[in-house]
Design a protein around this ligand. Structure first.
Ligand code: PYC
Length: 314
């Protein structure tokens, strides 16, 4: 398998450019399901240690159903599959450009949750127009063991998020461990109480907010991802969910810029346009850089050729 790695505002993306599984035809959702059922070892090989790390989001390129799209893309991580991935879409765009497969300017990518518009502003600067995003529930109150009462909104930005306005700990890198523990507890409590997104969808991302550190940042965040890692970038789908909540509360006007800072101090510039009844289309702009390319090798006798998994050696 040949791969190109990039990072978007510090968060890594690994694009499989050759040697990935042939998922056949059908919608991107159907092909994601086939990936999960028949080729999950490819996901694990590409992302898990010793070849990868829990922070990496993988992207498998495939033929799009919609011929106006430059590519179809299925995102995955250390434990499973994502609907969309904002930083990952930026990583895919700079990777396709690096390979000479797209030019600067507009193109589209098809994901299992919809088509996104990409504007490659320079070889490393990308604006994406995400799928329609919306707030599903406001002020959901949870009593979380060891944290007490936590109030958050549930919103969709291409993945499901529980967004907590008052972070339980200061948003510093030194606090990654307590922030992660708090997010895990909230996720478990949501699961225990069967609190979900629309259509009983699991809420697998938790987002904490606090004041930005840079003079122009409107907010800083910590985003807990489904596999337990934290997003080094401000999270494209998480920022989309945040914009949906701000729009629903009348706290951010269409086209007004929102600078979202991440826990490592990197940033996305975001804004939105309204489409319909509480649905917005977010635009998220960030930078992504190619940082390595290579080939993943599996030797037949290697007990960890499929990566280190909870199931143990192959
Ligand atoms: O940027 O949307 C995002 C994302 C999701 C998980 C990690 N990054």
């Amino acid at each position: 398998m040949r791969i190109i790695d990039s990072h978007t505002e510090g968060e890594p993306t690994r694009v499989i450019i050759d040697g990935g599984p042939d998922l056949g035809s059908g919608s991107l959702q159907e092909r994601r399901q086939r990936f999960k059922e028949q080729y999950d070892s490819v996901r694990s090989t590409a992302i898990n240690e010793p070849r990868g790390s829990e922070a990496i989001v993988g992207a498998l390129l495939c033929e799009p159903v919609d011929p106006t799209c430059a590519a179809g893309v299925i995102f995955f991580n250390n434990t499973g599959y994502l609907g969309m991935c904002g930083h990952g879409a930026m990583g895919v765009a700079v990777t396709l450009y690096y390979q000479g497969r797209i030019e600067l300017g507009d193109c589209r990518l098809e994901t299992p949750v919809g088509i996104i518009e990409v504007n490659l502003l320079s070889p490393n600067k990308v604006a994406i127009e995400n799928v329609p995003s919306y707030r599903y529930r406001k002020n959901v109150s949870l009593n979380v063991p060891e944290l007490g009462t936590v109030v958050g909104d549930i919103a969709w930005g291409g993945n499901w998020f529980f967004l907590v306005e008052q972070s339980p700990f200061a948003l510093t890198l030194q606090n990654v461990k307590p922030l992660t523990d708090a997010a895990q507890r909230i996720r478990s409590e949501l699961e225990r109480q069967q609190i979900t997104g629309a259509n009983e969808a699991e809420i697998d991302h938790i987002e904490f907010f606090g004041p930005g550190e840079a003079f122009d940042a409107r907010s800083r965040n910590f985003v807990y991802c489904p596999g337990g890692a934290y997003d080094r970038s401000p999270c494209g789908t998480g920022t989309s969910a945040k914009l949906a909540c701000l729009a629903a509360d009348g706290k951010l006007q269409p086209h007004e810029p929102w600078i979202q800072e991440s826990i490592i101090g990197s940033r996305f510039i975001a804004s939105y346009r309204e489409v319909s009844d509480q649905h917005i289309i977010p635009t998220i702009t960030g930078t992504a850089f190619i940082c390595s390319k290579g080939q993943l090798i599996q030797q037949p006798d290697d007990p960890f050729r499929f990566g280190i998994t909870v199931e143990g050696p192959a």
